[in-house]
Design a binder for this molecule. Structure first.
Ligand code: ZN
Ligand code: ZN
Length: 371
């Protein structure tokens, strides 16, 4: 089955840049097993299992792929089928770890993609006689700054999830359970252009105060806030993730005031985004508004996370992250306020850093939408 992917030149350029970064990092090689990093580099959505499939990026020399012969057809359906990359296949009884490492000579330092299971990392380490390091510092530099094709894919994902939020009023009603509403939303996520619904959070009333709440059989009441945080991958594998907070009828003045501060906090963070500022300063901007509104201790998580082939990836918008923003970085801005036992609210948009600011990929109104 052919999978949706970009033109082969996109992957060829990524492989070239990755190879340069391996040498820069002082590693002898980076080994990438199935997961988002492999999808990024060769467009393959192979999943990992007991037989080793790996892309090997040596510091010098051409990259190559090690794969079980029985998986070759599936791998060739990815961009690998068109890339000028050698494939070294193996059959049961061969030693795939030696096949991955033997042409590299003496390996003193090598990196492994973070999705590599112990099942493969331990035999690779003993074959190389060297402890592996996380290849994350190498690969994140590539994946953190999106190219035009990726930004288009994220725009498409953002528009698709916006269409779902636009329809939430069709299903979110007093008297229904969170689970019933979530099932309708999950179906719409697919209808509106995703390959699947990855997550559907419907947190009504006090459940909205728990950022990790998914759904329950709680019946939604009148005059409540309902946090709806939804997303999934499109056919290209790029994810959407957007939160809006709805209200079933009139809510209290206290809720309205706190929500107004949350809207200002979210906007302040978006307004801070531009090349040259740090990730942590974006977090601080949201936090400052909530602190001034007396809500500092109601905002109990980071302001955002990078997004792309993974729903959560670098850069994290969090205190202590001095990563300097560059055009092409994509991340969520999602402050929330949480009142345990009572209610909660969150507003979440994905933004892309442009040459002089931020392009929001989600465009639904931020106000507390009455349903
Ligand atoms: Zn979310
Ligand atoms: Zn998010």
């Amino acid at each position: 089955m052919t999978q949706a992917r970009f033109a082969v030149s996109v992957y060829a350029s990524r492989l070239d840049r990755a190879a340069a970064l391996v040498a820069d990092a002082g590693l002898d090689a980076v080994i990438v097993t199935p997961g988002p990093d492999l999808q990024y580099l060769i467009g393959s959505r192979a999943s990992t299992f007991e037989r080793l499939t790996a892309l090997v990026l040596p510091a010098s020399g051409a990259p190559f792929v090690v794969a079980p012969r029985m998986e070759l057809a599936a791998l060739r359906a990815s961009a690998l089928g068109e890339l000028d990359v050698e494939v070294r296949d193996w059959v049961d009884g061969d030693d795939p770890y030696a096949l991955a490492l033997r042409s590299l000579g003496v390996v003193r330092r090598f990196g492994l993609s973070e999705a590599t299971p112990a099942l493969h990392s331990i035999p690779l380490a003993s074959t190389a006689d060297a402890a592996p390091e996380l290849a994350t510092p190498v690969l994140r530099r590539l994946r953190m700054v999106k190219d035009e094709a990726e930004i288009d894919a994220l725009r498409e994902a953002g528009a698709a999830i916006d269409r779902v939020h636009a329809r939430v009023g069709e299903w979110l009603r007093t008297g229904r359970t969170e689970r019933e509403v979530a099932a309708d939303i999950a179906a719409a996520i697919v209808e509106e252009g995703h390959a699947e619904a990855d997550f559907v959070i419907v947190g009504s009333g006090p459940n909205g105060a728990d950022p990790h709440h998914e759904v329950s059989d709680r019946v939604i009441g009148a005059g409540e806030t309902v946090v709806v945080d939804i997303g999934g991958p499109t056919d290209l594998g790029y994810n959407s993730d957007s939160t809006r907070t709805y209200a079933t009828g009139e809510v209290s003045a206290g809720i309205r005031d706190a929500y107004a501060a949350l809207e200002r906090a979210q906007q302040a963070a978006v307004d801070t985004v531009r090349p040259g500022v740090t990730a942590e300063s974006v977090d601080a901007a949201a936090r400052r508004v909530l602190r001034d509104a007396g809500l500092a201790d109601r905002f109990i998580h980071r302001t955002g996370h990078g997004i792309g082939l993974s729903v959560h990836e670098e850069p994290y918008i969090v205190a202590g992250n001095a990563t300097v923003l560059e055009p092409g970085m994509a991340f969520s801005i999602e402050p929330g306020v949480y009142f345990p036992g009572e209610w909660g609210a969150r507003i979440e948009d994905i933004v892309v850093v442009t040459d002089d600011g931020a392009e929001p990929l989600n465009r639904r109104p931020h106000s507390l939408t009455q349903v």
